[in-house]
Structure formats: C-alpha cells, structure tokens
Design a protein around this ligand. Sequence first.
Ligand SMILES: NC(=O)C1=CN([C@@H]2O[C@H](COP(=O)(O)OP(=O)(O)OC[C@H]3O[C@@H](n4cnc5c(N)ncnc54)[C@H](OP(=O)(O)O)[C@@H]3O)[C@@H](O)[C@H]2O)C=CC1
Ligand SMILES: O=C(O)C1=N[C@H](C(=O)O)C[C@H](O)C1
Length: 251
Amino acid sequence: MINIILRGCNGRMGREITGLLEEDDTAAIVAGIDISISSDNKFPVFYSFKQCNIPADVIIDFSSPVNVREMLDFAIDRGIGIVLCTTGFSKEDQRLIEEASKLIPILKSANMSMGINLILKLVKEATKALSDAGFDIEIIEKHHNKKVDAPSGTALAIADAINDALDNQYEYVYDRTNIRAPRQKKEIGISAVRGGTIVGEHDVIFAGSDEVIEIKHTAYSKAIFAKGAIQAAKFLPGKPAGIYTMNDVIG
Ligand SMILES: NC(=O)C1=CN([C@@H]2O[C@H](COP(=O)(O)OP(=O)(O)OC[C@H]3O[C@@H](n4cnc5c(N)ncnc54)[C@H](OP(=O)(O)O)[C@@H]3O)[C@@H](O)[C@H]2O)C=CC1
Ligand SMILES: O=C(O)C1=N[C@H](C(=O)O)C[C@H](O)C1
C-alpha cells in the first residue's frame, strides 16, 4: 500500500484524486494539507506541514506555489518524494525545487496527462522539420475561469520543448498590444484564454506560407490529470534523488 499526503486536498484536483483513490486497493491518502477547511474529509487535514506527524511514502501536490519551501523541508526531513503537479512557480521556487531534488526524488510535471506528454515529443519533431522552412510558432491555451496562473504551466512546458529544439534561441511573447512591429522570426507567441468550465486546451500552431499545421490536445475531464498523478505516486517511492518527469512513468 502506498501512503500519500495530499497537499491541496480540498481543491478541484484534490477532490478528483480523493474520489479515484476511494476505489484503489494499492494506494491511500493518509493525510491532507490545505488552507481551506472542509468537514467531509475521511483523513486528517492539517493547515500546514508543521502540524502533520503522519508517516507517508510520498506527497502529491496540487495546491499553490506559496510556501513550497515548507513542503520541501518536510519531504527532505522524512526522506520521501514529491509528485509536484502545481504550476506557476517563480524562478526562486524552481531553484529551491532543484536544490531539494539533490536529496529526494521529485517528479515535476505541469501536466499529468498521457496526451500532453506525447505532444511534448511531437512538437520537438515538428519544430525541427518546420522552423528552417520559416514556419512561425504560436501556442494558444484555454482554461476555466477559476485558474489563477497564466499562461498555463503546460503552455510554458510546450514552449520550452520547442525552444530546446531551437537551441534556446527563441523569445516568448505574451502580449503584442504594446508592440507596433511585425512579428519577429525568433519568437514563440503564447496566448491565454480563460472562461467557463474549460478543463484545458493546448493548441500549438505552426504557421507557414499558405499552410498551417496544428497539434492540439483537449482535456475533457480532470480525471486524466488525477490518474497520472496517482500513477506517479506509485512510481516514485524508493527512487534515487533527482528530478523525474511523466516520461519516466509512462515511457
Ligand atoms: N500538473 C497537472 O496535470 C495539473 C496541475 N494543476 C495545477 O494544480 C494546482 C491546483 O489546481 P486546482 O486543484 O484546480 O486549484 P484549487 O484552487 O481548486 O485547489 C487548490 C487547493 O489548495 C489550497 N491551497 C492554496 N494555497 C495553499 C497552500 N499554501 N498550502 C496548502 N493549501 C493551499 C486551496 O485553498 P483555497 O481555495 O482556500 O485557496 C485549494 O483548496 C494549480 O497550480 C493548477 O495549475 C491543475 C490540474 C492539472
Ligand atoms: O489549472 C488547471 O486546471 C490546469 N493546470 C495545468 C497547467 O497550468 O498547465 C494543467 C492543466 O492544463 C489544467
């Protein structure tokens, strides 16, 4: 049995994970961490890791970048890994995460779905084939009206995969309203749309002369992210310290 501490247990993703694990005989939530209090949790919930004394094998985090250091310190102290699904980390947060990964295993993925992890590979191939032919690359992401970070962690991960294939020579452009000039070649435009209950859409547009190629992923439910996070939580315990991605889990 894999014992999980779920940070963000009372949020949208936390509740999705809780629901799926109720039907799972091989993993269970032993404690939750959340600043939002609820009366219907079937496990103890703590406001902060400082109050949590429950033994566990792994942490799943779907919450907020705020206080990431406290979670990292707790995991290092216990020698357990973290499945880090939260998005919107600052550069300093990312530095702390990298430091911590020298001591514990951390699986960090802005998107736990199988489809997006395949797209991260496909866009690299497409970029290699199309950038020399002069295709411009733009990413449009769409999410629900409750999402607080923009652009999505997934859009940034896709842009990073593309830029990696371009020797990291391209700049990201998030807003064209203050620029009165034609689009530059070495740009990746990233646009965010927020509305209603859209679960998550990512559209990568390769626009050439008289032809356009789009690679698009649509999430129809949050279950795809929750299933991936649970799979990762079963994979991580016992792994050596380091940074892991969903590719290590799904191959
Ligand atoms: N990697 C992936 O595949 C996916 C990642 N995400 C990411 O996961 C995160 C959570 O998403 P979602 O569930 O929709 O968000 P929610 O806001 O619904 O849930 C987050 C929960 O965490 C709580 N919380 C906020 N700050 C803290 C904190 N410092 N310590 C403990 N708990 C805290 C919130 O409380 P309160 O409501 O009071 O703020 C809320 O209960 C986001 O960053 C999102 O982008 C989402 C889906 C998929
Ligand atoms: O907040 C969300 O909902 C999602 N966030 C992730 C992101 O920022 O990429 C992943 C997914 O698209 C849903």
